[in-house]
Write a protein that binds this ligand. Sequence first.
Ligand SMILES: [Fe+2]
Ligand SMILES: [Fe+2]
Length: 193
Amino acid sequence: MAIIKDQLIEHIENKLPDSLKTHIYRSCEVGRKLCGIHSVDTEKVEIALLGHDLYRGYSDNEMLNVAEEKEIEISYVEKASPLLLHGVLASITMQEQYKVSDKQIIESIKYHTSGMEEMDEVFMTVFLADKLDPKKIEKNSQLEPINQTAQYSLSDATLMYLNMKISSIIDSGHLVHPDSLDARNSLLLKTRI
Ligand SMILES: [Fe+2]
Ligand SMILES: [Fe+2]
């Protein structure tokens, strides 16, 4: 696992712009703290966070081209918002280039933008660590209560984030990814029990 982390750091240092590098390292810091609080596997969370945004700097066209090259099925929502593909592309590179086969790591990367129906603790920690980058909190005050909630409940904080995000996507007139609705609905059912 240590070798994969070193390889990913080398990739990040050599290929990603500074703004993305610093976001990834800040997310890792948040992820490590959340792992400590909630007893989640830190190695998995760190590897997923190091790999989650390898394609975040690509343009829409570059993302669509890579997705076509790799013969990924592109949904109508992803066609309208190609940015949604960056997690899928990263999950493929993690498997093909870095030989990561762990399902929790791969799914945490693949669905880190939208969320997904069955989210476990590793997934929610990666998901929240990405969204709760302190620089993002500085820019969006709605994230602060989610950050506070994440200190005691990963599922409550993830549900809060999805509710906020889905509302803002609807308000701005954009398409909601079906995986985000599945994520929100399944969490809502679980947290109500
Ligand atoms: Fe991302
Ligand atoms: Fe990110």
